[in-house]
Design a protein around this ligand. Structure first.
Ligand SMILES: [Zn+2]
Length: 353
């Protein structure tokens, strides 16, 4: 019963997601005006808005002008329907589990297709999905609020550091361009301090650097090569062991990355600088924070593994020059949320833990 409800609801939500995917990156309203044919502008009647069926009945063409309708519209509807039904099958509890999981899946579908279209992951969706994950944690899902928050910080911290090392290699160990008052310099400072002193002090020092920049109207930045190249030896040599020091580094880096990203989300778009090579988009860091909140951290690693694997396989198949990582992360996120903990246990058992 819940599975059928999930399928029907998913089809309807998928139809709405088509509108979101099309309009959100353009900054248009997602509720007004009502749907129109993109070719002739004719307003679509209720019969033409029935998911999937209307596409099949009209044989993929507009009823008014005969223009071809992209098969992606019914595909998004079908995908959302199947995901909603699968979620209902795997977690047959309507409140709060399914209601929140359906929302999570809807956010992911929108993010994956918007990233594929535009190479952008809108802040409203990544931070919205993160907030939803924390709220679900507060209601007892996702292992509770603390585990959800910890998962978000660890996942975002891991990705921002991976991106940091990638960029450092691409820039041949030169320092990155600082952004005032907060940017990657403060994130990596927090990581280094977090490895030394633990997550709370690491976060605090990163925030103090941000505050200092804002108050003095100057940029005090520890060069990225210094913080990033000092981090590995600190992790290895720390008396508390590399795991504890690593957790301090990731949590502090994740906190600065997500708070800094939230600050920038409320400012007008900074000018895109395509001169500097980028290993990993910052949108992927925020999306990882969202996924970490939903799956918890070890499970996020499983999802990341799936994402990298799928990205590598499909990247070779399609031979595209620039590949958005968001769709693969979204796929990995679905796997992580539903099967991540179980797969992680299988992995630990296989390496003899
Ligand atoms: Zn038309």
């Amino acid at each position: 019963m819940l599975v059928i409800l999930g399928l029907l609801l998913g089809l309807a939500v998928g139809s709405f997601l088509n509108v979101v995917i099309h309009r959100l990156p353009r900054g248009e309203s997602i509720v007004y005006p009502p749907s129109r044919c993109p070719a002739c502008g004719a307003r679509l009647g209720p019969a033409e808005l029935v998911p999937v069926v209307s596409y099949l009945v009209q044989k993929g063409r507009c009823r008014h002008c005969g223009a071809r309708i992209s098969p992606r519209y019914p595909l998004v509807e079908l995908l959302t329907g199947v995901l909603f039904a699968a979620a209902a099958y795997l977690r047959p509890v309507l409140w709060p589990d399914l209601v929140f999981l359906w929302a999570f899946l809807a956010f992911l579908v929108a993010l994956a297709f918007i990233d594929a279209d535009t190479y952008l992951l809108p802040d409203s969706l990544t931070y919205g999905g993160l907030a939803l994950g924390l709220l679900a944690g507060g209601l007892g899902m996702n292992g509770g609020l603390f585990r959800a928050l910890l998962g978000a910080l660890l996942a975002a911290g891991l990705m921002v550091l991976v991106g940091g090392y990638g960029n450092l290699v691409l820039r041949r160990l030169k320092d990155g361009k600082p952004s005032w008052p907060v940017g990657f310099h403060q994130v990596y400072l927090a990581a280094l301090a977090g490895a030394f002193l633990g997550p709370a002090w690491g976060t605090m020092l990163g925030l103090l650097n941000w505050l200092l920049n804002a108050l003095t109207r100057r940029g005090w930045n520890l060069p990225e090569p210094v913080s990033l190249l000092l981090l590995p030896p600190v992790l290895v040599l720390h008396p508390a062991g590399p795991l504890a020091a690593g957790q301090g580094a990731l949590v502090a880096a994740g906190a600065l990355a997500l708070l800094g990203g939230l600050y920038w989300a409320f400012l007008p778009e900074p000018e895109e600088d395509d001169d500097e090579p980028v290993a990993l988009g910052f949108g992927d860091v925020k999306l990882s924070g969202m996924l970490g909140a939903w799956s918890g951290f070890p499970a996020f690693l499983v999802g990341l593994f799936v994402a990298v694997l799928a990205g590598a396989v499909l990247g070779v198949l399609f031979r595209r020059k620039r590949l958005p990582f968001g769709p693969y992360l979204a796929l990995g996120g679905v796997v992580a949320v539903f099967f991540g903990d179980a797969l992680w246990k299988v992995y630990l058992a296989s390496v003899g833990w």
